[in-house]
Design a protein around this ligand. Structure first.
Ligand code: SAH
Length: 258
């Protein structure tokens, strides 16, 4: 049998947010390479015939380098196996999925891509925050906060007047908020940070561009988290344990548009 690779978007971490195509690919896998943001607790049941390899961590807690993940995938497929690469969210949203597809192409290995529910949209939703709302925001931009944004990028983002969604942005929050104010965004623009979306300990922290850094610091906000900047944060409702406080604070930030 000839080997192949399936890149699977695993969604934001909860097993029931896997697609049917993802479940089928896992069931047919000989080997699964997964990382910690993908749902992995029930993997042994979902992929009963597969060797399971955690590529998000190794002893000493260092992630396996991207090049090594790609070699693992290619080597297993060349050995005739069906290798599934299970990734958090959607493989093509800030997840280096396209690099893995290119590595397969270079090695002449057939590769399929199964889309997933991206945390960029689903995690704000889990905190009751819609990314668009008629009259409030008709667009959203998803950006990586891995490295600080340039002044040019900040100016464009501020100028768009839509919702800004930042992934991997906890460490660069101070430069983001200061930069957006410098670029002309209102200092009272609401900001929400949703940590560990869809987990039992999901938590939302709300503030505005001037106080969110202090509030987040006091709350010891940590990764993984999705940051939302925009008027839609005022619509936050329900969704997690901090909901009551969230609603009060969202209401105090301004009137909710009906
Ligand atoms: N491809 C993924 C994103 C990969 S980047 C997707 O489509 O969702 C990894 C970042 O995604 C994390 O640093 C965090 O910002 C975000 N993220 C993923 N899952 C999350 C979750 N369950 N809760 C909060 N943030 C999450």
């Amino acid at each position: 049998m000839s080997g192949r690779v399936t890149l699977v978007g695993g969604g934001p971490g909860r097993e029931d947010l896997l697609t049917l195509a993802a479940v089928r690919a896992l069931a047919a896998a000989d080997v699964v390479l997964y990382d910690r943001l993908a749902p992995h607790e029930g993997l042994a049941g979902l992929a009963p015939n597969a060797e399971l390899i955690d590529v998000g961590k190794r002893p000493g807690h260092h992630a396996i380098p991207q090049s090594e993940i790609e070699s693992l995938l290619v080597d297993r497929a060349l050995a005739g196996l069906h290798a599934v690469r299970l990734k958090g969210g959607d493989p093509y949203v800030l997840g280096r999925g396209s690099e893995e597809v290119l590595a397969c192409h270079r090695a002449g290995i057939p590769v399929d891509v199964v889309p997933g529910v991206t945390s960029a949209i689903a995690v704000p939703g889990a905190a009751g925050i819609p990314l668009t709302h008629r009259g409030l925001s008709h667009l959203f931009t998803v950006v990586s906060g891995h490295a600080p944004l340039t002044d040019d990028e900040l100016a464009h983002l501020a100028g768009l007047g839509g919702t800004i969604v930042v992934l991997m942005g906890v460490n660069t929050l101070p430069s983001l908020t200061a930069g957006l104010v410098r670029a002309g965004m209102s200092a009272t623009m609401p900001v929400a940070i949703i940590e560990r979306g869809f987990r039992d300990d999901q938590r939302t922290t709300i503030g505005d561009l001037t106080d969110i850094v202090t509030t987040a610091g006091r709350a010891r906000v940590s990764s993984p988290a999705v940051i939302v900047v925009g008027e839609v944060v005022r619509l936050a409702h329900d969704g997690d344990a901090s909901a009551t406080e969230l609603m009060e604070r969202a209401a105090s930030l301004g009137a909710v548009v009906p």
